[in-house]
Structures are given as structure tokens and as C-alpha cells.
Write a protein of this length. Structure first.
Lengths: 378, 98
């Protein structure tokens, strides 16, 4: 949707006061999605930041100028202190959003979260039917629990976004997912094609859609957007491998957003640890403001000075900041390369062909995520 | 569900998930909504501050008409358009009694 009435201004080139943080409270999760954005080497519960540590960090976030905190994971509801953390965040003036699979929600917990000041809930769905969704999530009865949880969220007066991660195994259900979002009373639906890092990269052959499927999905989304204007806002993220221009990943590396990992590492995005050779500072070691300004990893790809050709002399350099560093590293073997999602990357044609081939000939079996390197689908 | 069409008698307020805050560090008003931060201009801030769920859109427009000079009807239309746009994004609660 366009920002006609309220333009998003503020586009300095290097970096600014950060707007929002993704707080990954834990990597623990009852689901096992094969595209999970958590690192393949997940952080153990024993290393997670304590309640007191998170509370201290939230004070530092507010002082630094962060406005929004997205509680995420893993599954944030695994943390017994979630309601206290939400209340603390609200108390220091942060806008709070809960990003959840919702299978652990109870009516009482929804009420407690609402009472604690929670502003918004985002529930992920893996499909439109239990058969498809529970297979993708690797969790029996998960879908039914989500449907119930969404009802509790709306009944508590909380705004709801549904997040549907789409791929070859569930794309045929997109029209029903749109209907489901309307029936649940969601205000927003995010239709996001899988992004291939970490677990998703391991499962790429089973997840990659064909160009024909992608075109159909785009058509479905555009029709739904027109039909549901004013009822359901639909955000759409197309798959990088079939794009012409890369996404402006995180609005630019270390520019407006960052993540805090369960053990306190400050990351420019959730996938940044896939880039080897970068050292990430922890909130356990230094004040957050110092990390934001001085982190070697954050400074490495800030702005445009680090760029090589073709980005360096490209007119779009300050719009997309050369795309995604993690994808450049995964596909070009160099985090400073042009994101191969860009048509100007020398690897673009090759990546497109790879996607096209995997979509046609890849096997359908998943490798589910877990704490020990993954488990193959039975 | 169907689209909420605002009329001059609608009495709207910001929804729970749309929060208007003055940001001291950046020295400006911010509208915080799910997944994003918006930077409303001065007139938009003034309109939103008048949206208390009690005042009708017509009376908000009248308040602004008494303060700013514009050809007849222009302010009323702009206020309604702006609020309809925000309503379509799901950021307003309409207290209009049907
Ligand atoms: S993507 Fe799936 S497995 Fe990963 S945290 Fe989310 S719900 Fe859990
Ligand atoms: S060459 Fe680099 S800066 Fe230019 S569009 Fe492609 S990714 Fe963006």
C-alpha cells in the first residue's frame, strides 16, 4: 500500500537512530518449519538473556531512540516471563508487537498480554488446512490451535496480522489463506515467499516455486488487494531468485533496524550469522549505544562506501544498498558482492536457472529444524 | 467484514495498535503502527489529536476552518480523505452509531 497521506521520510544514507528491534527471546519452538529463519546452530536455553538482562536492554533501547520492539524467536511464548517483558517494554515507552506461531497461546495469556500493553499480534500460518499446515510446521494439531488463538486475540481487542510464508508445498492454498485472514478478522496479511538462508537454504529444492506458480500467486494477491481494499491490507514479498531488483534488505545494513539474539548478540538482521568471519558484539559485554555506533560488524556494510561494481557506480545504490549481504555471501561467496537477486549481478542468470531447475526437479521431502542439525521428514 | 466508509458524522479515534507519540530525540511526532513507523506532518498530527472518538469529523474540520484560511469545503474534504485513508489501513476505530 502506498504512503500517500503519511510519507516515510528520513532517509539518511549511512545510518541513523534505529527505529525498531527484533528481540529474539529464544530459539526454542514447538514447531519445526523447514524454512525457519533461526540459524542452523541454534542457541541453547542456558545461554538466553535473563529477565533482568532484557529489562536493562529495553531501557537502553528506549534511551537510544528505538520506538518498536518485536518479540520473536523461536517461539517467544516459550519464555515464562513474556508478559513481564511486554509490560516492561510498554513501561519504557516501546511499541510492542508479538510475533508468534500461537500454538502455545491460551485465553488467559492473551488477556494478560493485552493487560500488559501489547499493541499488536502477528501469527504465522503454514497453510490453509490442517493437512498442509501441520505437515509444513511438523506439529500435529498446530493449525487448529492457531485458528482458536486468533479468535482469542480478536476477542481481546488486539489487532492481528497473519503471516503466511509461501513456497512450492503450500502456494496452491493462497486463495484460501486470504479468505482465512478475512474470516479471522485480521487487519493485515503478509504473503512472504521464503528467503533462502539457513534452514531454508538446506530445504531450497523442496521449497522453490516455479515461475508459473509465482505468477499465479502474484495474480491472486493483486486481485485480493483490489477486492479487499479497506478490509484487509496485504503485503507481498516476492521471491528473490525471480526478482529483477533486489529487496532493500532491512532498509540497509545496520541503518535503522537490528536484532538481538537469545544470548544477546546484536545482529544487523536475523540471518547475519550465516556470514562467516564477522564478529557480533553482545549486550552482555557493552552498552547498546556503544555497540550501535561502534560494532565492527554493523559498520562493515553500512552506507555505500564498501560497495564493489556494479553497485558502486549504480544509481540505485542508495535505494537498495546493494540488496542482501547474507544472500550475496550465500550465492556469490562474498558478502560485499552485488546481491545475485539483482539483474545486474553477473550471477543473476545462473541463480534464476538454478531456481527454475529446482522447482521442476527438486524432491518434496523436508529437513525439519531442530537443535541437532535437522531431522528428515518420514 | 466490509470497508468502513467514513462520513462527516463519524466519530473516530486511533486504534489501540496505532500510537501517536512525540519523539524527543528526533524532535517530531511519530505514528507507530504494526511493522512500521510513520512520520505524520503537522496538520495530520493536529487532526489526529482531535480524533478522540467524541468529536465528529465535521466538527474537527470546523475547528481547523476557524484556524486556517482555505477555500470553502477544502479543509473538510482533506480531513475526510486523510481519515478515510487511515481507516482503510485499519488504524482508526469508528464510534459512529449506525
Ligand atoms: S519459523 Fe516455524 S520453527 Fe521457526 S520459530 Fe517460527 S514457528 Fe518456530
Ligand atoms: S547493481 Fe547494486 S545498487 Fe544497483 S540495483 Fe543492483 S544491487 Fe542495487
Amino acid at each position: 500500500m502506498e504512503d500517500r497521506a503519511l510519507p516515510d521520510t528520513e532517509t539518511p544514507t549511512a545510518y541513523s537512530i534505529p527505529m525498531a528491534v527484533l528481540a529474539e527471546l529464544t530459539h526454542r519452538c514447538p514447531l519445526q518449519c523447514p524454512y525457519c529463519s533461526n540459524p542452523v546452530e541454534m542457541e541453547q536455553a542456558s545461554r538466553e538473556l535473563s529477565t533482568a538482562e532484557w529489562q536493562r536492554v529495553m531501557g537502553e533501547l528506549a534511551a537510544l531512540g528505538v520506538l518498536q520492539i518485536h518479540f520473536s524467536g523461536g517461539e517467544p511464548l516459550v519464555r515464562k516471563d513474556l508478559v513481564d517483558l511486554v509490560a516492561h517494554a510498554d513501561g519504557v515507552g516501546l511499541y510492542t508487537n508479538l510475533i508468534t506461531s500461537a500454538v502455545m497461546l491460551t485465553e488467559a495469556r492473551v488477556a494478560a498480554l493485552a493487560e500488559a500493553g501489547l499493541a499488536h499480534v502477528q501469527i504465522s500460518v503454514q497453510g490453509a488446512t490442517a493437512a498442509v499446515a501441520d505437515r509444513v510446521g511438523g506439529f500435529r494439531d498446530g493449525h487448529a490451535k492457531k485458528v482458536q488463538a486468533a479468535e482469542w486475540v480478536r476477542a481481546a481487542g488486539l489487532a492481528l496480522t497473519l503471516n503466511a510464508v509461501m513456497h512450492r508445498q503450500n502456494l496452491h492454498q493462497l486463495p484460501e489463506i486470504v479468505d482465512m485472514a478475512v474470516a479471522m478478522g485480521a487487519q493485515r496479511l503478509e504473503v512472504a515467499h521464503v528467503q533462502y538462508y539457513g534452514w531454508a537454504l538446506k530445504n531450497r529444492a523442496a521449497l522453490m516455486p516455479s515461475v508459473a506458480q509465482l505468477d499465479e500467486a502474484t495474480r491472486v494477491v493483486e486481485q485480493a488487494q483490489a477486492r479487499l481494499s479497506g478490509v484487509l491490507a496485504i503485503d507481498y514479498v516476492i521471491p528473490d531468485y525471480y526478482a529483477v531488483r533486489p529487496k532493500t534488505c532491512m532498509g540497509g545494513w545496520g541503518r535503522q533496524f537490528f536484532n538481538i539474539s537469545p544470548s544477546g548478540k546484536v545482529l544487523p538482521c536475523h540471518a547475519a550469522e550465516t556470514i562467516t568471519g564477522l564478529r557480533f558484539d553482545s549486550v552482555r559485554e557493552a552498552p547498546l549505544a556503544e555497540i550501535w555506533h561502534r560494532s565492527e560488524a554493523l559498520n562493515r556494510y553500512r552506507g555505500t562506501a564498501w560497495m564493489k561494481e556494479p553497485c558502486r557506480s549504480c544509481a540505485h545504490a542508495e535505494e537498495d544498498f546493494g540488496g542482501c549481504r547474507c544472500q550475496a555471501f550465500a550465492l556469490a561467496g562474498d558478502a560485499a558482492a552485488t546481491d545475485p537477486a539483482c539483474a545486474l549481478s553477473p550471477l543473476h542468470a545462473q541463480v534464476f536457472a538454478l531456481a527454475d531447475t529446482e522447482a521442476a526437479t527438486g524432491g518434496d521431502r523436508f529437513l525439519y529444524r531442530n537443535f541437532s542439525g535437522g531431522v528428515p521428514e518420514a | 467484514m466490509s470497508r468502513a466508509v467514513l462520513i462527516p458524522d463519524s466519530r473516530v479515534s486511533l486504534a489501540r495498535h496505532a500510537r501517536l507519540r512525540f519523539d524527543g530525540l528526533r524532535g517530531r511526532w511519530m505514528l507507530l503502527v504494526p511493522e512500521k513507523v510513520m512520520t505524520p506532518d503537522d496538520i495530520c498530527v493536529e487532526i489526529l489529536q482531535l480524533c478522540d472518538g467524541q468529536a465528529s469529523i465535521a466538527s474537527i474540520a470546523a475547528t481547523l476552518e476557524a484556524k486556517y484560511v482555505a477555500p470553502p469545503g477544502v479543509i473538510a474534504r482533506e480531513v475526510l480523505d486523510l481519515l478515510q485513508d487511515l481507516s482503510d489501513r485499519g488504524f482508526l476505530t469508528d464510534r459512529q452509531v449506525a
